[in-house]
Design a protein around this ligand. Structure first.
Ligand SMILES: [Zn+2]
Ligand SMILES: [Zn+2]
Length: 383
């Protein structure tokens, strides 16, 4: 077992300030949060804490100076008395350090504390994102206990000032030369004692409840949008304000539409004959606009001889913008469908048509065949 003074890198007989500053330095160096939680750093960190917890205690330090590890191990029941590493740590560093690493335990204090922020994941339909909606949600959250009004004391009574710390929440322990200030163990730092706890909250001052809230979804929201409901998070403590509630929105994929920014894309099949002859089809759209009959359908003119992949842009039929009055377009992409399961009569008619069709009717095919012929001739020429 290494020497405690060596671990902290201090001289025997150094004063409390030197000890404390050496501990700060070493603890920072070996803090597991800084070392990616690797095993070695954690062992070192524990060593540093153990060394400091012994040397910072005047009695233990005196025993250690006299008898070495045997002196303190005996007093500690085999050196196993260092379970609450974070407590010692927070005593010395306080909140600033805890926040710096986002870890550790927050020191309790007796001032008002803001309630926690809450996150709620809400899935909405594209229709709701398009038109906007009011959605009811149920959020489990902490609320101030009503019977005791958050004090935690049985109604009619009130918490008394902690007689250990006189309400300060901190106590100074003097051991020989040393005075160490720590969180009052009696009241846990709140400065108050509840002698007769409220039955509804068992003295916590808060209870868990499902709260039903109505969330206004503005028209035009997109997948991944976040809505903040100020003051709808957990209740604060000791008169602190409530936290906020953050709604994380996701939009369920739609069967017909795909969103691209403000535009909506919809692939619509067109019968081969309609594609050849031209005509009119009905495309689905989201409600809105003068031409829309309210049934979410919109007529689309199909020009004669239309091909697969042709897109028709319907102005202003896309998503509304969240911030401006702009609206996207609905883009209808056509896909020409070849008829299947033809009857003998239908096949006869198609054969007759095929005989009558020439290259002029299939410019793509004849253009392609021209290039292919050239390619094949080149291959034969090389051989
Ligand atoms: Zn106290
Ligand atoms: Zn209560």
């Amino acid at each position: 077992m290494r020497d405690y003074y060596d671990i902290l890198g201090v001289q025997r007989g150094c004063d409390e300030a030197a000890l404390k500053s050496a501990f700060r330095k070493k603890a920072m160096e070996h803090h597991p949060d800084r070392n990616g939680g690797c095993g070695d750093a954690e062992t070192r960190f524990k060593e540093v804490n153990e060394a400091y917890s012994v040397l910072s205690d005047a009695q233990k330090r005196a025993a250690y100076d006299r008898y070495g590890h045997a002196g303190v191990n005996g007093a500690n029941g085999g050196g196993q008395g260092f379970n609450d590493v974070h407590d010692i740590f927070n005593e010395v560093f306080g909140d600033a350090f805890g926040e710096m690493f986002g870890g550790g335990r927050r020191r309790q204090n007796n001032g008002p504390a803001r309630g926690a922020d809450l996150r709620y994941d809400l899935e909405i339909t594209l229709e709701q994102a398009y038109a906007g909606a009011d959605v009811e949600i149920t959020v489990p959250s902490s609320i101030t206990c009503e019977p005791c009004d958050g004090s935690g004391a049985k109604p009619g009574t009130s918490p008394t000032v902690c007689n250990s710390c006189g309400g300060a929440g901190r106590v100074r322990a003097t051991q020989g030369f040393f005075a160490i200030e720590r969180t009052c163990p009696r009241c846990g730092g709140s400065g108050k004692l509840v002698l007769d706890p409220c039955k509804a909250c068992h003295g916590h001052g808060q209870v868990r409840r499902d709260r039903t809230l109505s969330v206004r979804i503005p028209p035009g929201v997109d997948d991944g949008a976040r809505i903040r409901l100020a003051g709808e998070g957990d209740a604060g403590q000791r008169g602190g304000p409530r936290g906020d509630l953050y709604i994380f929105l996701s939009v369920t994929p739609h069967d017909l539409f795909e969103r691209d920014g403000l535009d909506l894309l919809c692939t619509v099949p067109v019968a081969m004959c309609t594609a050849a002859l031209g005509g009119e089809i009905e495309a689905p759209c989201l409600t809105g606009g003068e031409d829309c009959d309210g049934e979410c359908r919109i007529p689309v003119k199909i020009p004669e001889g239309v091909q697969t992949g042709k897109t028709i842009r319907l102005k202003g039929r896309g998503m509304p913008s969240l911030r401006t009055r702009e609206r996207g377009d609905l883009i209808v992409e056509l896909f020409v469908e070849t008829p299947t399961h033809l009857s003998a009569r239908q096949k006869e008619l198609l054969r007759e048509l095929a005989d009558l069709c020439g290259d002029a009717q299939h410019p793509q095919a004849s253009g392609f065949m021209g290039k292919a012929k050239k390619f094949w001739d080149g291959v034969t020429g090389q051989a």
